[in-house]
Unconditional design. Structure first.
Length: 172
């Protein structure tokens, strides 16, 4: 079965807005951009490593987010992504990150795991680099995750590109 995802791009907007409305920091368009990057709005998407659904949540992360596995359930998948993004955002804030780059650090945590982002920030700090700027911390991720770091760097850039496009569309 094939899904014409171009027709689905705006279908989930109200649900995303509803699930994000409880968050004080999260913009619903960032979640929409994440979905665009993760699955291109295909609710049946499965990655080669087993991530599932619109937000491409791994079963272990799904279980960690709410102690149950929703997988392809659209509501549950988006809800879990919002929960994870909020936890990763709060994780960075608790570690003293005060930056206009909080969204980038949160997305990087969603992709590579918050522990890996913490390690990259620690390496940046040891090198006397600015630990509050994604641009200066990102190069240290390679020392933590190796070749997979490029995937995270590309991911953050891609989601932020879509996010900025959606923000521009809303402003028009």
């Amino acid at each position: 079965m094939t899904i014409d995802t171009a027709k689905l791009e705006d279908v989930f907007d109200q649900l995303i807005q509803l699930l994000v409305s409880r968050s004080s920091w999260l913009d619903w368009m960032l979640v929409k951009a994440l979905i665009k990057a993760e699955s291109d709005f295909n609710p049946l998407a499965v990655s080669p490593v087993g991530a599932r659904g619109l937000c491409q949540i791994m079963p272990a992360s799904d279980k960690w987010a709410n102690n149950q596995i929703d997988g392809f359930d659209i509501y549950g998948n988006i809800k879990d992504a919002v929960t994870l993004l909020t936890r990763f955002y709060n994780h960075q804030v608790q570690r003293g990150l005060i930056s206009p780059d909080l969204e980038a650090f949160t997305l990087a945590s969603y992709n590579a795991g918050p522990g890996n982002i913490d390690k990259a920030r620690s390496l940046a700090q040891m090198a006397n680099a600015n630990v509050n700027t994604w641009r200066t911390v990102a190069p240290f991720l390679q020392d933590v995750t190796g070749k997979k770091s490029q995937e995270t760097l590309d991911y953050v850039e891609r989601v932020m590109k879509f996010y900025n496009e959606y923000k521009g569309l809303e402003a028009a």
